[in-house]
Design a protein around this ligand. Structure first.
Ligand code: FES
Length: 123
C-alpha cells in the first residue's frame, strides 16, 4: 500500500490516505492514479476547475515527499504550472502527477490560494 499525507495550508486538519495504486482509477477526473484521483476517490476535496484535463492550475499541489517518484511532468503541465500562484520547484498539477509506486510515502501540501481564489480576491 502507498501512503499519501495531505497538509492543507488553509488550516484544515491533515489527512492520510492508504491506497493501492494498482486499484486506480478511484473516480473519473484526472489521470488514473493521479493525486487528484486518489484524493477525490477517498473523499478529500481538491479544486479541479477543468475536470482534471490539464487546462487550468486549480489542482496545484506541492510535493514535499515522493516528488522524485512521480512520472515526469509533460510540457503542457510545465507550461500551466508557470501560471500557478506560489509556484515552487516541487510543484505539480494534482490531476497529472501519477502516484504509481506502491511502497512510497507521499506528502503533499495544498496551497491556500488557487488561481480562482486569487482572481476573486482582486475583483
Ligand atoms: S484540474 Fe485543471 S489542470 Fe488539473
Amino acid at each position: 500500500m502507498a501512503k499519501l499525507r495531505i497538509i492543507f495550508e488553509n488550516g484544515e486538519p491533515e489527512r492520510t490516505i492508504d491506497f493501492d495504486p494498482a486499484a486506480a482509477p478511484f473516480q473519473h477526473d484526472g489521470k488514473p492514479g493521479s493525486i487528484l484521483d486518489v484524493l477525490l476517490g477517498h473523499g478529500v476535496h481538491l479544486e479541479h476547475a477543468c475536470g482534471g484535463n490539464c487546462a487550468c492550475t486549480t489542482c496545484h499541489v506541492i510535493v514535499k515527499q515522493g516528488y522524485e517518484k512521480l512520472e515526469e511532468a509533460s510540457e503542457q503541465e510545465e507550461d500551466l504550472l508557470d501560471r500557478a500562484p506560489g509556484l515552487t520547484p516541487r510543484s505539480r498539477l494534482g490531476c497529472q502527477a501519477v502516484l504509481e509506486d506502491a511502497d512510497a510515502e507521499y506528502v503533499i501540501v495544498v496551497p491556500r490560494f488557487t488561481i480562482n481564489q486569487v482572481s476573486e480576491g482582486r475583483g
